[in-house]
Each structure stands twice: as structure tokens, then as C-alpha cells.
Design a protein around this ligand. Structure first.
Ligand code: SAM
Length: 441
């Protein structure tokens, strides 16, 4: 199906009313079940983009021709890259979180099912041969005991060691991703909260479903067979890979090319035909912390260093936020000064976010062809009780970088990944703005 006509109707409405057009992407693209599509659900990730959105734009002759190359500079778990590949397009991505890059690679790689099955048997054999308990050498996860029962740690370590024997990196990554998927499920972390917070059934009333569910989960963890759980996940993911093979677009690449959207040096100037991205927010999602249990088990030891690459991060030393930095965006600077008077750290987080986003968008502008589109999915959020209009400020940055606005849509995306209560200083995101801009010729 070509969504060109639907977009042209929205565009005409936008041009007539001069205001964002309300749309519902779930209804615009209602014929596809995305959770079951190809490898989309291979691993959970915080603040995943609604796959209906890239689907709408990639199956749309208004924006796309078959030779087009796509970029998502904040690719997260690779929703955009996978949809590009499934639409028969080559795509590139970057992300600061190693877990996100791993998910994207595995999601988009082409696998031979026979090989996966034979590596699976190899792991099973290794685990059977090696039943003796191994000593845990994961000194870095200081709070290991806090998050995992001792017997779970031992089982996880054995599985991890067995996976490391796979010499073909592409296949090893498939099994590592299944392992990462298992880690969080056998931990004491509350599955309803994106950053690890220990399950505490007494937080809920005695008759609440959550309390019953979590009490049951804690009991199960005492005796859980991690290996069995791991192979359940492997089998589910093999099915997903098979689904992807059936769509038959293996000749198109979905490739991770950088770990920082501010440096896309692998891409030449004006080499990309369309950018579609949902960037991070200022202090809204803690991507590295949310992935911390997975990252530890995957061997990433210094999470503080990883966090420093993250745009929108929250950890700054007191010395750093003594002085508020100017962003050059008039409306933002006015608001930031007001926030600074109440909470200097929050103002600094938001100002630095906009400055780093300016660098990232400048790099995106460099690689995008003239007269080509950049589609940005962003939203406002609250900072210290003030409405921080992220989407407006990012639009201002892009206008300064030589873009023009083509169309603006708003989707009241309920149950979207970002719809979680975050903390006292940031609040719930209620709708998403889909901004379509064009790089001037
Ligand atoms: C809203 S999420 C993207 C989600 C993605 N669309 C998906 O469907 O999974 C924003 C992403 O920006 C990433 N990010 C933060 N700072 C970055 C940087 N400097 N370079 C590249 N990615 C970065 C975060 O790690 C996070 O994965």
C-alpha cells in the first residue's frame, strides 16, 4: 500500500489551517501487527518508537523511491532501520547505548536458520558437559546479590560462558541478545519500571493484582530454571528471525555506523535521502541506567563513561552547573533562566541537552542531501513545573541550520514507551509531534 494520498490529504489540511494536524498513526496504519512483525520484538527497549510511523513514511512515494538511503541518528533498538529494510531500503543508524546497538544489529542481520539451530545445540551441549558450578567473577556488579539469587547468578554465568565459545561474531551476538533478554526477566527488578527498582509487593494493597503477581514472581525466582527460560527466549527469537526471512528483503542493509550522532564520519556529505528519528529528551529517560543489568552481564563495566556520551543525561558535578549556558534559542533561554533560579541543575541539564542536540542535528544536516526530508518525532516535557517545548526548540535549531518546515502532525500516542511517570522534576509525555522538514536547496 502506498500512503502518499493519505499524506497529501494531511498536508493539504496543514497548509489550510496553518496548525499541526491531529493524526493517529495506529489507525493510519492498521493492517500490520507490528509486535509480531519480523524481529521487532526480539528484545525490549525503553521508549521504542511506534513502528507504524516509519512504516507510513517508508511505504509512501511522496517521500521514498527505491534507491533511497535512510538514516536514524538515534536508532535505539532499530525500529526505523528494520522498517526501512523491510520496505526494501538501505539504512544506517547510530546510538550511544551498546545494548541499543546490539539489538539493532541482531534485528537487522541476516541469519541462516540451520546455523542458528546448530549453534543452539552447541550451547546446549556445552551446558550439559559443564554442569559443575562456576565461581562468579563479576566483581564489577557490586550489587549482584541484590539483583540476582545466587543460583541464578551461577546459571547465567554458565550460559554466558557457553555463548562465548561461538566463534562467528554475528551468531554469537544473536545468542548474547537472547541472553540479555533473559537477564532482566530472572532479576529482582520490577518489570513495570524502566530503570531497575527492586520488586516490592508490599508497595501494592493486599488484594491488588500487582501484589499477587510480584509475590508469585519472587517465589518462582527461588527455583527458576534459567537455562530453560533462556532457551524459551532463543526459540521465540528463532521464530522471529524466520518471520523476517519470509519477508525476503535480505539484500538491504540496516547498519549501525557510529556510537555518537555528533560524529557520523562514516557517512559522506549529502549522501542520505531521508532522516527519520525520535531523539532523546532532556533528563527524561535514563537509557544507560535502564539497561544497566543487561550491560553488566554483557561485560560493560564502566557505565558512568557510557552515560557521558548520552545526550539528555542528568549526572553533572556541582561545579559544572554553577553557570547557565546560553543555547541561542530565544524562547528556550528565557525559560531556562527561570528554571535556573529554582533549580540550577535541571536548567543546566536542559541547556546542555539543546547544545548537544544542535551538534547532532548539524551533523545530520551535513549528511542529508539538499531538498531531502528530515522527520523528527519529539514532544514537550515538564521541567520543574514549566512546559519545556522540546519539539519547538529542536524545530528552531533546524530552521537555523537551513531547513524549512513542510508539515506538522500531532499524535496522542497512548501506551507509547515514554508514557511512564518519571520523577518529580519531569512529567508524563502526553502526545508526540511529528515534524517534517526539508533541507533547503
Ligand atoms: C527515544 S530513543 C530512540 C528509540 C528508537 N527509535 C527505538 O525505536 O528503539 C533515543 C535514543 O537516543 C540515544 N542517544 C542518546 N545520546 C546519543 C548520542 N550522543 N548519539 C546517539 N544516540 C544517542 C539513546 O541511547 C536512545 O537509544
Amino acid at each position: 500500500m502506498d500512503y502518499r494520498k493519505k499524506f497529501e490529504t494531511i498536508l493539504a489540511q496543514y497548509q489550510q489551517q496553518g496548525e499541526p494536524v491531529f493524526v493517529e498513526f495506529r489507525q493510519l496504519v492498521d493492517s500490520v501487527k507490528f509486535t509480531e512483525r519480523a524481529t521487532h520484538s526480539i528484545h525490549p527497549y525503553t521508549a521504542k518508537l511506534l513502528a507504524n510511523i516509519p512504516y507510513f513514511f517508508f511505504n509512501n512515494s511522496y517521500f521514498i523511491n527505491p534507491k533511497h538511503k535512510i538514516l536514524d541518528p538515534f536508532c535505539g533498538s532499530g525500529t526505523v532501520l528494520l522498517e526501512a529494510k523491510l520496505a526494501g531500503l538501505n539504512s544506517y543508524g547510530s546510538d550511544a547505548n551498546p545494548l541499543a546497538r546490539l539489538i539493532t544489529r541482531v534485528k537487522c542481520n541476516n541469519f541462516d536458520i540451520v546455523k542458528i539451530q546448530s549453534y543452539k545445540e552447541e550451547i546446549q551441549k556445552k551446558l550439559n558437559d559443564n554442569e559443575k558450578e562456576e565461581e562468579i567473577s563479576y566483581k564489577n556488579l557490586k550489587s549482584l546479590e541484590f539483583w540476582f539469587e545466587k543460583h541464578i547468578q551461577l546459571q547465567l554465568k554458565s550460559i554466558y560462558n557457553a555463548i562465548l565459545h561461538i566463534s562467528d561474531i554475528k551468531y554469537r551476538e544473536f545468542f548474547l541478545l537472547c541472553f540479555s533478554n533473559c537477564v532482566r526477566k530472572v532479576s529482582n527488578a520490577d518489570s513495570r519500571i524502566s530503570v531497575p527498582v527492586k520488586i516490592n509487593p508490599t508497595r501494592y494493597s493486599e488484594t491488588s493484582q500487582h501484589r499477587i503477581k510480584y509475590e508469585k514472581k519472587l517465589e518462582e525466582l527461588k527455583v527458576v530454571n534459567v537455562t530453560e527460560k533462556y532457551f524459551d527466549i532463543v526459540n521465540q527469537n528463532i521464530k522471529r528471525v524466520k518471520n523476517k526471512i519470509n519477508i525476503n528483503t535480505s539484500k538491504y542493509v540496516g547498519k549501525v555506523i557510529s556510537n555518537d550522532s555528533r560524529n557520523l564520519s562514516n557517512l559522506k556529505d549529502e549522501s542520505i535521502d531521508l532522516i527519520l528519528t525520535s531523539p532523546p529528551y532532556a533528563g527524561a529517560q535514563k537509557y544507560i541506567r535502564a539497561s544497566s543489568l543487561n550491560l553488566y552481564w554483557l561485560g560493560y563495566n564502566n557505565l558512568n563513561d557510557l552515560d557521558k556520551e548520552n545526550i539528555g543525561r542528568e549526572n553533572y558535578k556541582k561545579d559544572e552547573y554553577k553557570i547557565l549556558r546560553k543555547t541561542g534559542i530565544k524562547n528556550a533561554d528565557y525559560l531556562l533562566q527561570k528554571i535556573f533560579d529554582i533549580n540550577p541543575l535541571r536548567a543546566y541539564i536542559a541547556a546542555n541537552y539543546l547544545l548537544e542536540m544542535t551538534d547532532a542535528l548539524q551533523e545530520s544536516a551535513r549528511v542529508l542531501k539538499k531538498n531531502s526530508h528530515l522527520i523528527l518525532i519529539a514532544s514537550n516535557n515538564m521541567v520543574c513545573g514549566f512546559d519545556f517545548k522540546t519539539q519547538e526548540y529542536l524545530k528552531d535549531i533546524l530552521l537555523q541550520l537551513g531547513f524549512s518546515i513542510v508539515c506538522e502532525m500531532v499524535d496522542d500516542i497512548k501506551s507509547y514507551g515514554l508514557m511512564t511517570k518519571r520523577n518529580k522534576t519531569a512529567s508524563i509525555i502526553t502526545c508526540e509531534h511529528i515534524l517534517i522538514l526539508k533541507k533547503n536547496g
